[in-house]
Ligand binder design. Structure first.
Ligand SMILES: Nc1ncnc2c1ncn2[C@@H]1O[C@H](COP(=O)(O)OP(=O)(O)OP(=O)(O)O)[C@@H](O)[C@H]1O
Ligand SMILES: [Mg+2]
Length: 238
């Protein structure tokens, strides 16, 4: 079943026509990855879904409901969490305070529910559990990335949009984070991922879209992309 669909989405920054008709779908339960060179439009695609930059044409649909020009908080309320490239961990708040920012607001759930939710999310991130009272700024880059993902998860999203989570991380942490994202997906969260490292993308995804110059140039399984050196050379510079 289709959870999220983009239908011929065109997005501009001022006069610059960045997304030039992006069509893609994410099925319930999938990990779908967008991959492509710097400036291809990957982040703009996620920002378009979140309503951070509104598409000028086309449609974005979540479970049959049109999201296209909804404000960002409304998109979030409908079940999409966004973990941006720049992570945005608040440096002077503790890990726990950062996590609370991602939780459903007062009146929507009880304190006990939020406690259980926090426990559940921390099972993925033992490193964060040991650092709950430390300030955000004291965390390493990898720990901050984990905190950013954990803060998205405490909202219990149907769909998580995660932009380049492994960027700048040491190989061991990349491996660790890959396993965490896999486990999050196995336990029921659908993921639309942006990932520049081909091997990580191939290992994690059910399907991939290769993007170039604001257009989708390839759609298929990891097996198909692995066997397509032309696409790899033309759009990924492999
Ligand atoms: N706020 C902005 N204002 C104007 N142009 C922008 C803005 N953000 C991005 N762009 C341009 O839009 C195009 C797509 O950018 P985008 O950030 O979506 O690419 P990306 O695929 O995420 O690249 P990267 O791999 O470097 O993160 C680029 O040409 C970029 O320069
Ligand atoms: Mg980007």
């Amino acid at each position: 079943m289709t959870l999220l669909a983009l239908e011929d989405v065109h997005t501009y920054y001022g006069e610059a026509h960045v997304l030039q008709g992006v069509t893609l779908r994410v099925g319930t339960g999938e990990v779908v990855t967008l991959i492509g060179r710097n400036g291809a439009g990957k982040t703009t695609t996620l920002r378009s879904v979140m309503g951070i930059v509104a598409p000028r044409a086309g449609r974005i649909v979540l479970e049959g409901a049109d999201l296209t020009r909804l404000p960002t908080h409304e998109v979030a309320r409908r079940g999409i969490a966004y973990v941006p490239e720049e992570r945005r961990v608040l440096p002077n708040l503790t890990v726990l305070e950062n996590l609370r920012l991602g939780m459903p607001g007062a009146g929507q759930t009880s304190r006990a529910d939020n406690g259980a939710l926090l426990e559940e999310v921390l099972t993925y991130f033992p490193l964060l559990r040991e650092r709950l009272t430390q300030k955000g700024k004291s965390l390493s880059g990898g720990e901050q990335q984990m905190l950013a993902i954990a803060r998205g998860l405490v909202a219990r999203p149907k769909l998580m949009l995660v932009d380049e989570p492994t960027e700048g991380l040491a190989p061991l942490l990349v491996q660790n984070l890959t396993e965490i994202l896999q486990e999050i997906n196995r336990r029921g969260t659908t993921i639309l991922l942006v990932e520049q490292t081909l091997e990580v993308a191939l290992a994690l995804s059910h399907r991939l879209y290769v993007m170039d110059q604001g257009r989708i140039q390839f759609e298929g399984t990891p097996e198909r992309l692995r066997e397509d050196p032309t696409v790899q050379q033309r759009f990924l510079g492999v």
